[in-house]
Structures are given as structure tokens and as C-alpha cells.
Design a protein around this ligand. Structure first.
Ligand code: XBP
Ligand code: MG
Length: 252
């Protein structure tokens, strides 16, 4: 690998367990629209196979055939539901900020201090990323990131590599100058599809998935006083993910 220049982060499940907030926002929106739909935690775990909120709604309607209102324009129905869900999700994040996962804030601060470039590559809407960064990290945290590649800027969502190709192009870097951070198989496939070595921190909905292609798999990034558990890969003496470990992994 070349010299490490940038860290590219997935958002949902990687920076925080945001899917709890997304699920709440979907269900509140269904209820606001008078829809007798309620996604359980178990069903949501299955629906997460489909990345992207609009795509997930469409899949749910097509495969689970819930009671449907009379809609003149199906695409517009999905689009409106999703716009309202995005507004609701941002309210959820603002009213009760979600905690970031262990080690995330520390590593982002260390990476900035070490002059590594920070970027985001996510399936979710950019406004959702901004809300999470502002409320859960720091008021100016959006500015910490040189590139926020999000949502519908590419035609095909993860596991397609498009969003990572887009981020690399905006960064002006090669894949081997970066490390990606993901929590799901779909995310891992997307990042490695673009050639980017990927560190995986599986989360609540993704811990049973296969991460064989990961550069390193740990239960979380960890803190000096609460280290990670290594699930796959070699870390030497390291007990948490820091810039030194990332540089070592990058040069191996
Ligand atoms: C995250 C997702 C997202 C969110 C919903 O996948 O699948 O779709 O659940 O986001 P990843 P939107 O972490 O792999 O990017 O409703 O804003 O689409
Ligand atoms: Mg994710």
C-alpha cells in the first residue's frame, strides 16, 4: 500500500448505531401518514439488506404487501414518505443525540491532528450526516470532512462501489492511499469493490455477517481504557485503533 493519506467513514452503524434512529423515524412517519405499518426490530434487521431508505420502502411494499392507500403516483408516494422520514430522523437526532461508537470521536480527532484527510461515503442523505456530526460530534464537525459523499449522488447504492469511487474522485486519491471504515457486509463489498482496504466494526444489526475480505475486524475502535476485541486480523500489541495502527496496517 502507498502512504496513508485519508480515512473514509461509513456513517450508519459505523459512526453510531443510527439504525435505531432510522427505525424510529420510519415508524413515526408511517403513523403520521395513517399507515398501519410498524417495522419490528427483527423485520428491520432483514430490511437492512436493502440499503437506502427509498429502496427499502419500495422493497417492503413489493415483498411484504402491507395495506396500501390509494396512490395515484407510486414513485411520488415513496419520495414523500422518505422526505418526511428524513425530517423526522433529523428531529430524532436533534432532540436526543445518539452517542458515537467507542473510539470514533477520539480517532477522528487524532487523525485530524496527524493531518490525515477525513471523508464520508454513505448511503444515507447528506442532511442526516450533517445532523449526526453536529449533534453527536461537535458543532463544526461537518467542516472536519473534506468530502461527504452521500445518498443519491450516485445512481447505485452499496454494495455497488459507486459511492467510494465518487469519494476517491473528489479526494483526488488512489484507493491504496485510503482506509475505509464499515460496519456491514454491503458496506465492505462497496469499499473493497473500489479497491479500498477496509477496517470493519460490526454492530448491532451486522455482527453475524461475513467480513472475510476485511483488512481488520474488531468489535469497536476502542479507547485506551476500554480496548477492542480482535475478530479477524493482526494488530501486534495494539489495544485500540489509533493512527499508528492504521499506518502499520497500511504499510503491511
Ligand atoms: C445505511 C442505510 C441507510 C439508512 C437509511 O447503509 O442503509 O439506508 O438505513 O438512510 P450504509 P436513508 O451504512 O451501508 O451506508 O433513509 O437516508 O436512505
Ligand atoms: Mg453502515
Amino acid at each position: 500500500m502507498a502512504e496513508l493519506r485519508a480515512l473514509i467513514f461509513d456513517v450508519d452503524g459505523t459512526l453510531a448505531e443510527t439504525e435505531f434512529g432510522h427505525l424510529r423515524a420510519f415508524n413515526l412517519t408511517f403513523s403520521d401518514h395513517g399507515l398501519a405499518w410498524e417495522w419490528s426490530d427483527e423485520l428491520y434487521g432483514k430490511l437492512l439488506e436493502i440499503t437506502g431508505g427509498k429502496e427499502r420502502l419500495r422493497h417492503y411494499i413489493n415483498h411484504y404487501q402491507p395495506p396500501m392507500p390509494d396512490v395515484a403516483d407510486f414513485d411520488e408516494f415513496i419520495a414523500q414518505l422518505h422526505r418526511d422520514k428524513t425530517d423526522c430522523y433529523r428531529r430524532v437526532l436533534t432532540e436526543k443525540p445518539l452517542p458515537l461508537r467507542s473510539g470514533v470521536a477520539r480517532l477522528l480527532r487524532e487523525a485530524r491532528a496527524a493531518n490525515l484527510i477525513l471523508a464520508v461515503a454513505t448511503t444515507t442523505h447528506a442532511e442526516n450526516v450533517h445532523a449526526l456530526l453536529q449533534h453527536s460530534l461537535a458543532p463544526d464537525a461537518v467542516e472536519w470532512f473534506s468530502v461527504i459523499a452521500a445518498g443519491d449522488v450516485v445512481p447505485t447504492k452499496k454494495p455497488a462501489p459507486d459511492i467510494y469511487h465518487y469519494a476517491l474522485e473528489k479526494l483526488g486519491l488512489d484507493a491504496n492511499q485510503c482506509i475505509a471504515f464499515e460496519d456491514s457486509r454491503n458496506g465492505l463489498l462497496s469499499a473493497i469493490g473500489a479497491g479500498i482496504p477496509t477496517l470493519v466494526t460490526p454492530g448491532y444489526y451486522t455482527q453475524q455477517q461475513n467480513f472475510a475480505e476485511g483488512l481488520l475486524v474488531v468489535d469497536h475502535l476502542g479507547e485506551p481504557d476500554a480496548g477492542f476485541k480482535v475478530l479477524q486480523g493482526e494488530v501486534g500489541e495494539a489495544r485500540y485503533v489509533d493512527v499508528a495502527l492504521l499506518r502499520k496496517l497500511a504499510s503491511a
